[in-house]
Design a protein around this ligand. Structure first.
Ligand code: 1GP
Length: 238
């Protein structure tokens, strides 16, 4: 099992080895489904399981991750919509700041609320700049965060936001079109952001086909996250 997840991602990015994470939302996946889902994931060429969601009922992530850990062979990385989703059963935490938004709750308040838990936690904490790009739908993260995404055409703003995140010390940049996005993050944004940052780049939201996955990689994504397409089809074979 990977010991230091950030280091693994950094080294893969340097070697241009492309990584895949499958996102599971405890709100949408019943515990009873986890054995079947885990065996599907174990048969994929994935590197991580991300766990998180925007509307997860308080407390269920803990049991969800505990159960998943016994079944899955991959490291589990928390991708929380709220500090109540923290659990020590996971391996790492994307410590997110929603840099595209201007809502203090998701820039710093949630992070402060998580400290009493994290102070005594074994989780690897990975500072991550989270940037919402307009995916053409009113995604859950938009509704919950009450922020405006960056338009797909505004490449300069996306780049400057990502670079500001890097200057602030983020170790990863995550370009997010929103779960179930009609339009994934466009290739030009991915390529331009990648060109201007020297930290690994995660891309997710609305990736439904192998072509979209490969395009994201070709344009510069180091790690791609797929949720809905994995949930929706048993034939998912990225
Ligand atoms: C992770 O929210 C995404 O960044 C996942 O999006 O559910 O559309 O794959 P999908």
């Amino acid at each position: 099992m990977i010991k230091n997840i950030l280091k693994f991602i950094q080294e893969a990015a340097i070697k241009k080895e492309k990584l895949l994470a499958i996102l599971l939302d405890p709100d949408k996946t019943a515990l009873e489904e986890l054995p079947e889902i885990s065996s599907r994931i174990n048969n994929l060429n994935a590197n991580f399981i991300f766990v998180g969601g925007s509307f997860v009922e308080n407390g269920i992530t803990d049991l969800f991750v505990k159960t998943l850990k016994k079944l899955a062979n991959l490291p589990i990385v928390l991708f929380p919509g709220d500090f109540s989703q923290l659990t020590n059963h996971a391996n790492a935490l994307l410590f997110l700041s929603l840099l595209s938004g201007r809502n203090p709750e998701y820039l710093i308040e949630q992070q402060i609320k998580s400290v009493p838990f994290l102070k005594n936690s074994t989780l690897e904490i990975i500072p991550t700049g989270y940037i919402l790009i307009d995916g053409g739908t009113n995604s859950s993260v938009l509704k919950i965060s009450n922020t405006i995404p960056i338009p797909q055409e505004n490449i300069t703003l996306a780049v400057n936001t990502a670079v500001a995140g890097m200057y602030k010390g983020k170790q990863l940049i995550y370009l997010e079109a929103g779960s179930g996005a009609v339009n994934p993050v466009n290739g030009q944004i991915i390529a331009s952001v990648k060109q201007h940052i020297s930290i690994p780049l995660i891309v997710g939201g609305g990736i439904k086909t192998k072509k979209q996955l490969n395009d994201a990689y070709k344009n510069g994504a180091d790690l791609v996250v797929v949720g809905t397409a994995f949930e929706n089809t048993n034939t998912f074979k990225f």
